[in-house]
Design a protein around this ligand. Sequence first.
Ligand SMILES: Cc1cc2nc3c(=O)[nH]c(=O)nc-3n(C[C@H](O)[C@H](O)[C@H](O)COP(=O)(O)OP(=O)(O)OC[C@H]3O[C@@H](n4cnc5c(N)ncnc54)[C@H](O)[C@@H]3O)c2cc1C
Length: 434
Amino acid sequence: MIFTREIEIKKQTQVCIVGGGPAGCAAALAAARAGAEVFLAEAHTCLGGLGTAGGVPVFMTFSDGENFVADGIGREILERLKAEDTGVPKHSNGINPEALKRVYEQLLLEAGVEFVFMTEFIGAEATDGKVTQAVFNAKSGLFAVEAEVFIDCAGDGDLAARVGAEVMFGDENNQVMPSTLTSAWAGIDWDKYLKSGANPRKILFKAFEDGIFRNNDPHHTGINQTGHHLGGGNMGHLFGLNPLDEKSLTEGLIEGRQQAVEFARYYREYIPGYENVELTATASLPGIRESRRIVGDYILDLEDYKARRVFADEIGRYCYPIDIHPSSTDQQAQDEFARLISSLHYKAGESYGIPYRILTVKGFDNLLTAGRSISADRYLQGSIRVMPGCFITGQAAGLAAVLAVENSGNVRCFDIAVLQQNLKALGAYLPNNC
Ligand SMILES: Cc1cc2nc3c(=O)[nH]c(=O)nc-3n(C[C@H](O)[C@H](O)[C@H](O)COP(=O)(O)OP(=O)(O)OC[C@H]3O[C@@H](n4cnc5c(N)ncnc54)[C@H](O)[C@@H]3O)c2cc1C
């Protein structure tokens, strides 16, 4: 069928960002502070993406062991969160999701970003390699936004895919990493747990013998402290979930909620300090680790990681290991995961360069991406996808968008050294450039 409608152009802006996760927020902050008019649309009810609505309970590393590589907006967000009185120990990078939602909101409000919740990007128009309008569905109905530059921070590459940009998806069998429905827990006695020295990853095998779980999944990340007596559970895998298919997503959410009941029993019966633990909620956003990867002017790959590559157009450097969760519970998949994560681990002070060209969407003059959908092979996506990595690519996309606006909207028509200088002024870690 063909479905046509005349819709209102509700907004004309300089930079339009789809998605308000770590990447979208960093992009919006960088662009607005550099003087651009920024509109950000978020489909969910808050900012922060997987780090808030998705319940991911801790930031991965901001440092390579010697240098604070996710510096700039990443550092600022971390410090603002740590300044909140949440009960999360100050030495940890644990996330109290309610506090983090407010931190993002305050930062974006202070920067003058116009953002709206419950506003889903559903389509776009593009002519001659230029995106002209993005279409959104909200309670008020359908509307369009015109912008000079668009940044796709939806995580799933929705904007790029809708305008026909080239995308990659999964492995040779179209399989992506398993997802996880995270969970929120109350009533944890953290002192007792920590003093006990118990390791839930090891005790798990006893629970397997006792038949606590329907599916014995040995890859267990566990629960991080998110408040005085609160924890965020990043555990359980939804194998075979297709993040681009609503039926598969629905089945995954139902399965994740069943897994949470099994974890409640496991922690209550086997782990000291958890005797009174209660499940308060499963996340409102499914935890999608991997979805579309948008093809840019360069595809960052495993060889770049191994070489600790330096690029002339570097916009940052990062160091998190290659963390591709196994696609099943079988031993071979688990062994390959362990091999990858340990064999390619960097030493302190080592990192790989992130070229600007992985943000510029191939074939489009005014379209950028940032976050977990950047142009990388599966290995590199398995590293850069964590939130500090998303802050690095997000802030670079935001500043690049401003330079593009100043240069007739073209994301390739400015001097990369100026972008690098602007990033350095923001605090970005760029030891090899300028
Ligand atoms: C289970 C799990 C555990 C993880 N553990 C860690 C960890 O411990 N530490 C760490 O640092 N990282 C971790 N990560 C990785 C990290 O959380 C994500 O990769 C990161 O949040 C990606 O940021 P993003 O901004 O690219 O996308 P997201 O965080 O996914 O944000 C995208 C945003 O876009 C919105 N959106 C999507 N589609 C549309 C649309 N069509 N219109 C409008 N808005 C839209 C979404 O609602 C969302 O808010 C984990 C990921 C998962 C899934």
